[in-house]
Design a protein around this ligand. Structure first.
Ligand SMILES: Nc1ncnc2c1ncn2[C@@H]1O[C@H](COP(=O)(O)OP(=O)(O)OP(=O)(O)O)[C@@H](O)[C@H]1O
Ligand SMILES: Nc1ncnc2c1ncn2[C@@H]1O[C@H](COP(=O)(O)OP(=O)(O)OP(=O)(O)O)[C@@H](O)[C@H]1O
Ligand SMILES: [Mg+2]
Ligand SMILES: [Mg+2]
Lengths: 255, 255
């Protein structure tokens, strides 16, 4: 039974999409069957896997409004075992349109119900906001993986993210856990990074992944080639770190 | 008559808030009277100026719903000539609530109408999205300043941002111009940055600021002290670069 994990943090540019793609691809390389769901109107996870905006016919948006079956939307990627429910930049207007739907917070949960059994893991890449699309992802998920860049604004936003998670656990999804906090874009030479990381570890104790993802330009180059880091440069520190994260997630899964 | 400039880019983490605070403070140091409007529910511009979330009574949200007068919301900051219309993290639910309001795209424009004459410049810091709050900012503005980190996903998103600006010019705000594109978090040692910057310059020609903002850790440290870079470390490259940007903006203004 596939585990559904949302990748969320309303702070912008902290490595949500990079983590969603890199972790999915690393698990697929270990022959886990993976579905990556892109519900961000920026459609970066879709573009980062080499699928142009114009090439996407049906998108996750059509699935949320239950106008199509899942088979009409799911796409194969360059990596065996890795499948994608693509987004489209036209989803920008979706959030306002979904507001009027019935049970608007449960649309994604319903859409994933019939397909959960086919995958080992389902990851959901979310937009930088706590609006309706991200709420849908948190309601549909078993747990949430929180990428965090160790800087001040990202730290400030954690409180609000945790408050939102608690509200969702109370009212919409009692099973929602925290998969863990992942330090991304980490530059060990900076005191700022070390100080913020210390503060987060004190607060979250065991919930912080041992794997840390340092800043590595190859991770920023890979999406312009439409490839996950594993295909773009498997020897780079970025690829090695995300494979370490994949091992940690699988270890937690088997416990 | 105050010029209203929105600082917008739906890509997350490209330096919108850092630019909004740093540019506002630099112009205030040149004795221009500045109002900084924070309409991002993350309330980072408010926090970056040293105002804690709990300290904010009335926020920009109350002003949008016209429940209070502007005098009840505007705050002084540590810098003379710099004033703030603060945000609150409780604004997160606002976007869904504003959807039902009449003339929902004009709420901010109406709120700023009576006060424009009191300032030389009004800057609006926006969230990383093209939703209703950012639309309000673009409708209320004379021009939009677009911070861009020279990386692939930020480049991908530019097309959608320009499309949205064109739609707004056609239907909601014919006077909206592009103030300019500003390269931020620029690391000149990386080929990726140089290649993306070249592509942007080819496309935008004269619309790119000469000032470039390199990556400089003092800019990331300043918000944890609740101070703009000018007060935190006036000798840092970050402060010097943003003062250069302020000069460029004033020069354009006097032409
Ligand atoms: N470890 C890393 N090293 C270097 N660059 C990185 C790393 N992780 C991400 N990046 C780059 O940093 C930028 C931000 O990352 P990304 O887009 O994945 O963040 P995000 O949280 O998904 O952003 P958004 O909030 O806009 O959805 C991108 O240009 C990406 O290529
Ligand atoms: N030139 C710079 N050098 C170093 N750090 C920077 C620079 N500009 C911004 N930062 C840091 O990078 C992070 C992202 O910047 P900032 O929060 O201003 O971007 P934003 O576009 O406002 O993000 P969001 O999309 O979440 O609103 C912050 O931690 C900020 O302190
Ligand atoms: Mg993303
Ligand atoms: Mg910001």
């Amino acid at each position: 039974m596939g585990r559904v994990i949302a990748i969320a943090n309303q702070k912008g540019g902290v490595g949500k999409t990079t983590t969603a793609i890199s972790l999915s691809a690393s698990l697929a390389a270990a022959e886990q069957k993976i579905l990556l769901v892109d519900i961000d109107p920026q459609a970066n996870a879709t573009g980062g896997l080499g699928i142009r905006d114009g090439e996407v016919g049906r998108s996750i948006y059509d699935l949320l409004l239950q106008e199509v079956s899942y088979q009409e939307v799911v796409l194969e990627t360059k990596i065996p075992y890795l499948f994608l429910l693509p987004s489209k930049t036209s989803l920008v207007g979706a959030e306002i349109e979904l507001v009027g739907e019935e049970e608007r917070e449960f649309l994604l949960k319903k859409a994933l119900e019939e397909l959960r059994g086919e995958y080992d893991f389902i990851f959901i890449d979310t937009p930088p906001s706590l609006g309706l699309l991200t709420l849908n992802a948190l309601v549909a998920s078993d747990s949430v993986l929180i990428p965090i860049q160790p800087e001040y604004y990202a730290l400030e936003g954690l409180g609000k993210l945790l408050e939102t998670i608690r509200l969702i656990q109370k009212r919409l999804n009692p099973n929602l856990n925290i998969e863990g906090l992942l330090f991304t874009l980490y530059d060990g030479r900076l005191n700022l990074a070390k100080e913020v990381a210390e503060e987060v570890k004190k607060f979250f104790k065991g919930n912080v992944f041992e794997t840390v993802i340092p800043r590595n330009v190859r991770l920023a180059e890979a999406p312009s080639h439409g490839k996950p880091i594993l295909l773009y440069d498997i020897l780079s520190p970025g690829a090695v770190n995300y494979m370490g994260l994949a091992r940690e997630v699988m270890k937690r899964d088997s416990n």
